[in-house]
Design a protein around this ligand. Structure first.
Ligand code: NI
Length: 191
């Protein structure tokens, strides 16, 4: 495994959609190594997720894992999930405000609107089908990562640019309210 450099906003590769992988490509050493690298890179940067496009690999793979995350202490845990060729389906009209950050957008956070109930269909790293319904705060994390595979960053979805803030000012001025809102979402949706 190796840690990869995470591309930051302005790099054109972040804007290139990833392409779908075939099962035989997924089984290759190169792609399996890429998945290991994504995991190591995400964990070492305390990310909640990481997409292959963020390390300059234009393929539809994203990894997600949340466990007592110091960058997002209010996020409920998500067990390690490897998504290959993920497809999201929106299950209801319910939406919520999500204050997001991104390893590719250093020191900036902002408020976006996410769907509260989605179905995730994908393959795991062995090409086995995954189908899962995800609700609440965790649903936002999945939408953020799949956005990366389409060349979309959270800043594209910020409705009011006045919500943009540094991490320092987030902690000082917004963390308390955002944590309370996240706790209410977890209470309602269970995640
Ligand atoms: Ni991101």
């Amino acid at each position: 495994m190796a840690r990869r450099d995470v591309l930051t906003i302005g790099h054109p590769a972040l804007r290139e959609p990833g392409r779908a992988l075939r099962r035989d490509e997924l089984a290759t050493d190169d792609v399996q190594r890429l998945i290991d690298d994504l995991l190591e890179t995400m964990r070492s940067a305390n990310g909640a997720g990481l997409a292959a496009t963020q390390v300059g690999e234009p393929v539809r793979i994203a990894v997600i894992e949340v466990k007592d995350n110091p960058r997002y202490p209010y996020k409920p845990d998500i067990p390690l999930t490897i998504l290959v060729n993920p497809e999201l389906t929106v299950l209801s009209n319910e939406q919520f405000e999500s204050f997001e950050g991104c390893l590719s957008v250093p020191d900036l956070r902002g408020k976006v609107v996410r769907h509260a109930e989605i179905r995730v269909q994908a393959w795991d790293r062995n090409g086995e089908r995954i189908e899962r319904e995800v609700r609440g705060v965790s649903a936002g994390t999945f939408q953020h990562e799949v956005d990366h595979l389409d060349g979309t960053l959270f800043v594209d979805r910020v409705v009011d640019s006045r919500t943009l803030c540094t991490w320092e000012h987030f902690d000082t001025y917004h963390e308390e309210a955002v944590s309370a809102a996240a706790r209410a979402l977890v209470e309602r949706w269970g995640s």
